[in-house]
Ligand binder design. Structure first.
Ligand SMILES: [Zn+2]
Length: 213
């Protein structure tokens, strides 16, 4: 660490370097957190960690690895459950008094970008599902990478995590990058007439562990 509390390290099993570029207190409606900004060297994208408590050498830390979703997180869109999951994760972490949300930028539409996500919505308006729409656009179904999340958890000193997710692919990817997952914490969000088809597709085609009962 240098005098600014900044550190430059490489994620295990990778040559990619991430800089810890800024950090401050962040009061929220869920209480006080600390925000950290990380940037892959040579890229402009800025990833964020919202941290509660000192996580150094901690085990079974409550963690949400959240993919940026402007429409869901910021605008309250009901086409997906992102905003609700983000809010629930922050609340759970606040209640536990410890944990982190790693907020990954550039993950819109499972990695295809905002404009393509909106194009996919247009196809969904015409009856395609969330997976078919990506394929119709000639785009992959999911190109999200989780290397920076593994790096952030290591930088914060986290030993093992309780991961808040329904997504088995995310668990596998994080484990591949060396993250020790002690437990999966299901994220149950309410289904609505607007998101039920989307959630069912995530369950049936992407293997998400959802329960509609
Ligand atoms: Zn979303």
């Amino acid at each position: 660490m240098n005098n600014n509390g900044e550190q430059q390290t490489a994620a295990a099993g990778s040559d990619k370097i991430f800089d810890h570029v800024a950090s401050s207190l962040l009061p929220t409606k869920h209480g006080e957190f600390r925000i950290h900004v990380y940037q892959p060297v040579g890229e402009t994208v800025e990833h964020v960690a919202i941290v509660k408590g000192d996580l150094k050498d901690q085990e079974r830390v409550l963690v949400r690895v959240h993919s940026e979703c402007l429409t869901g997180d910021v605008l309250g869109s009901m086409r997906c459950d992102c905003g609700e999951q983000l809010d629930a994760a922050l609340k759970r972490i606040a209640d536990a008094g410890q944990g982190v949300v790693v907020y990954l930028r550039g993950h819109e539409g499972r990695g295809i970008g905002l404009a393509n996500k909106i194009k996919a919505y247009q196809l969904q308006d015409q009856g395609r599902d969330t997976v078919e729409a990506n394929l119709d656009l000639g785009l992959p179904v999911d190109i999200r990478d989780y290397e920076v999340a593994a790096h952030v958890l290591r930088h914060l000193g986290v030993k093992s995590i309780r991961l808040m997710t329904n997504n088995p692919r995310k668990m596998q990817k994080l484990a591949d990058y060396g993250v020790l997952i002690a437990e999966r914490v299901p994220m149950l969000t309410a289904h609505t007439p607007h998101n039920i088809a989307y959630l069912r597709t995530k369950q049936e085609k992407l293997g998400h562990m959802l329960d509609f009962e």
